[in-house]
Design a protein. Structure first.
Length: 170
C-alpha cells in the first residue's frame, strides 16, 4: 500500500511537470502567433491563471513527502540529532499543522467544487473562450486529500520514532 501511495504522489507530481511543459508550449505558441500573425490565441491568460493553481497543488504532495516543503530543515535536523524525541515531537506538531491547514483548504474548496459542477461555472469570456471550473476544483480536492495523507504518514513516522527509536525510519 505504501508503494502504491508513493507512486500516486509521484504520478501527481509528474502530471504537474507535464502540465508545465504544455503550458510553456502554449505560451510560446501565443507569442509566436502575436509576432507572426498579429493575433493572440484566445484563452491563454485564463489557462495560465488556472494552471498555476493546479500545478502547485499537483506538486505539493511530492514536495511534502520528499522533505522539500519550506521549513527550517537545518535547525530541525540539529534538534532531531541532539534530542531525537523532542525533534520528532516537533515534527508531529508541524505535520499536524499541515493536516489542519490543508483540511481547511479542503473544507473551503469542496463546496466550491460542488457548486461549480452543479451550476456549470466557467472562466473566460462567453463566446470567445470559456473553460469549466469544476475539473480544476476537483483536482484541488484530490490533491488536498493526498497532501493530508502525506502529512499523516509523516506524523506516523515521527510517532514511531518517538516510541520506538531503534526500529523507526525517519
Amino acid at each position: 500500500m505504501g508503494k502504491l501511495f508513493n507512486s500516486w504522489v509521484f504520478t501527481l507530481s509528474g502530471i504537474g511537470t507535464v502540465w508545465i511543459f504544455l503550458l510553456m508550449l502554449l505560451i510560446n505558441a501565443d507569442i509566436l502567433s502575436r509576432f507572426l500573425f498579429s493575433t493572440s490565441i484566445h484563452g491563454v491568460t485564463e489557462i495560465v491563471e488556472l494552471s498555476i493553481v493546479g500545478i502547485v497543488f499537483l506538486q505539493l504532495a511530492d514536495a511534502v513527502a520528499s522533505g522539500r516543503l519550506i521549513s527550517s530543515d537545518g535547525l530541525f535536523s540539529k534538534i532531531v540529532a541532539g534530542k531525537p524525541r523532542f525533534g520528532h515531537a516537533l515534527g508531529v506538531v508541524f505535520d499536524l499543522g499541515g493536516v489542519a491547514f490543508f483540511g481547511a483548504i479542503l473544507a473551503g474548496v469542496y463546496p466550491l467544487f460542488v457548486e461549480s459542477y452543479q451550476r456549470d461555472y466557467f472562466a473566460g469570456t462567453e463566446g470567445i473562450f470559456a473553460v469549466p471550473l469544476w475539473p480544476l476544483r476537483l483536482l484541488l480536492v484530490i490533491c488536498c486529500i493526498t497532501i493530508i495523507l502525506v502529512f499523516l504518514k509523516l506524523v506516523w513516522r515521527h510517532l514511531a520514532s518517538i516510541f520506538n527509536p531503534q526500529g523507526a525510519h525517519s
